[in-house]
Structure formats: C-alpha cells, structure tokens
Design a protein around this ligand. Structure first.
Ligand code: C2E
Ligand code: MG
Ligand code: MG
Ligand code: MG
Length: 287
C-alpha cells in the first residue's frame, strides 16, 4: 500500500549482526596453540584525513594464518577466544605485534597512530589496563599513538566495570575509540561519562550514504555529536568516491574503508602509500 511504501522510507536499516560466513571448524586447543605459536598475524587498514587525504593511522585487524585451513577471519575465532578465556592473551599478542609495527614505521620516518580492538570481555578484567600500559612502555611507542577500539554495545552493557579499565588507559595517554557507533543504544549523557577520544560510525550508516538520504541524517548527527564532545569522528566502510565526498562535506574527520584500502599486511603499507597518496589527495579536490 501507499502507506506501507511511505513508512518503509523511515525504517532504519537494522545494523546487521555480522556473522561469520562459511563456518570453519576450529577447536579451542588449536586456537590456544595458534596464539602461542605465532599463527596470528596482523593486517592494517589505513585511517585517512578526509579533507587532505593524508594517512593519520591504521587499525589493526587480526587474521589467523592456519597451517592447513588457510587464512581465518576474526569473526570466526574471536567469539571462541572470548568464550574460553583466551581473548586477553590474544589481545596482548596482537598489541605487541602492532606496537612493533608502529615502531618500525616510526623509525622509517612515518609517524602513524595504531588502533587495536579490545574485546567486550576484556573490559571487566582489572589487570588488563596495567598489562597494556606495561607493554606500551616496553615498546617505546608514545602512548598517544595507541588507540583502543571498543564496541559501543560492549561498553554500555556494563558501564561501571568498563569505566575503571578505560579510565586507566586514558590516564596514561592512550586514546579510546567507540567502535561500531550506532549499533548500540547509548545516550550522549552516557557517552560523555566515558573518556573517549574518537567516535567510529558503523559502516551500516556509511556504506552507500550518497544514495540514501535517510543515512545522511544519522551521519550528520553523529558527526555533530562528536564535534560537541570534542572528539575525532571516523566513518568506517567508505567504499566509493561519492561516499568520501559526502563525508568530507559533512565535516567528518577520518575515513576508513575499501575506497581507501583493504586491510593489508604490515610490510605492504609503505608501498601502498607510495602508490596511493596522489589518488587520495585527488579525492579531496571538489569537482
Ligand atoms: P571492526 O573493528 O568494526 O573492523 C572493521 C571490519 O570491517 C574489518 O573486518 C574490516 O576488514 C571491514 N571493513 C573495512 N572497510 C570495509 C569496507 O569498506 N566495506 C566492508 N564491507 N567492510 C570493511 P574484519 O577484519 O573481518 O574484522 C571484523 C571484526 O573482528 C572487527 O570489526 C573487530 O570487531 C573484530 N576484530 C578484528 N581484530 C580483532 C582483534 O585483534 N581483537 C578483537 N577483540 N577483535 C578483533
Ligand atoms: Mg575496530
Ligand atoms: Mg564495524
Ligand atoms: Mg568498527
């Protein structure tokens, strides 16, 4: 009916729960060994300043290079790690590798921030903040170059428990990013209680925004809220030049997504920069 059609325009696209696609059977035993034996490797995805096209930092995305099953994506083993108490060990492995990479880029004259994802489960672990801080100090990386990304819903599920861990990290200068923003239900009042430095808008609200005016409204208000909280706004899932331009016009600070680059192994980053800097700079010039 006409009414249904009219209403359908106002239906928010439910931010799809991202499921692991074709299931690869992996056991806890295998995962435990993988963490110990160095089968986990980090990929890195650039975060780029939308008004200049200059790379600001990278997000670390873990992969499991399984000796016989090939490359396994995080959606297929993070939940298993969480369920069996392995996720803190995983986080610390990923962090160590990310800090070492950050250090190498820095020594090569490339000053990049590096973001590491923190699991919901880890927020309740009262030792984790100290473990992280100790590793940052041992690495020699400036803590201001490290950002921990935490999913919005994870933080809000138990704000009290999360706050202690997050505040400890923030006090040492480590940045805090609220990941997948828009998929949870936090109010600005709640958000303002957590010392976040960055708001990462979920790709459900970004992908295809240039063609979907409803998404634009959500994006606009998220960017405005980040500005009011005086924190960096980041759009994930920027897949086209049109999306980039729109986000730039909305005043979003950083963009991340396939239009910029797919996640890549650390050693590829410098070469990628050489080949793509001009393209990204050109994307900033308004037509
Ligand atoms: P996330 O932190 O929201 O990371 C963004 C995901 O979106 C990544 O998937 C990335 O490859 C993908 N992506 C980036 N740009 C685009 C785009 O333009 N289009 C589309 N369709 N996708 C894009 P990935 O690498 O499979 O990671 C999935 C999730 O796994 C991450 O979501 C994060 O929550 C989790 N994860 C990854 N690494 C770690 C880790 O070291 N520790 C923990 N606890 N979780 C991790
Ligand atoms: Mg993330
Ligand atoms: Mg996301
Ligand atoms: Mg995200």
């Amino acid at each position: 009916s006409a009414l249904e059609h009219a209403l359908s325009k106002f239906q928010p696209t439910p931010p799809a729960r991202r499921q692991a696609s074709p299931d690869i059977a992996v056991s806890v035993q295998e995962l435990t060994e993988a963490i110990e034996n160095g089968e986990l490797i980090n990929y890195y995805q650039p975060k780029v300043t939308l008004h200049s096209g200059v790379i600001k930092g990278v997000e670390t995305l873990v992969r499991w290079q399984h000796p016989s099953k090939g490359m396994i994506m995080p959606m297929q083993f993070i939940a298993l790690a969480e369920k069996h108490g392995l996720v803190d060990a995983l986080t610390l492995r990923v962090l160590d590798m990310a800090l070492a990479a950050c250090r190498r880029w820095h020594d090569g004259g490339l000053k990049l921030s590096v973001a590491v994802n923190l699991s919901a489960r880890s927020l309740a672990n009262t030792h984790l903040a100290d473990d992280i801080v100790r590793r940052v100090q041992a690495s020699g990386v400036d803590p201001h170059l490290l950002v921990m990304e935490i999913t919005e819903s994870a933080v809000m599920d138990d704000l009290g428990a999360s706050l202690a861990t997050l505040a400890r990290l923030r006090l040492k200068g480590i940045g805090l990013s609220i990941d997948d923003y828009g998929t949870g239900f936090s109010s600005m009042q709640q958000l303002s209680r957590v010392p976040f430095t960055e708001l990462k808008i979920d790709r459900a609200f970004v992908d295809g925004v240039s063609e979907k005016p409803q998404l634009r409204v959500i994006l606009e208000s998220a960017v405005a809220m980040a500005r009011k909280l005086q924190i960096t706004s980041v759009a994930e899932g920027v897949e086209t030049l049109e999306d980039w331009r729109l986000l730039q016009a909305l005043g979003c600070d950083l963009g991340q997504g396939y239009f910029v680059a797919r996640p890549m192994p650390g050693p590829d980053l410098v070469g990628w920069l050489k080949q793509n800097s001009a393209r990204l700079k050109a994307a900033c010039q308004q037509p």
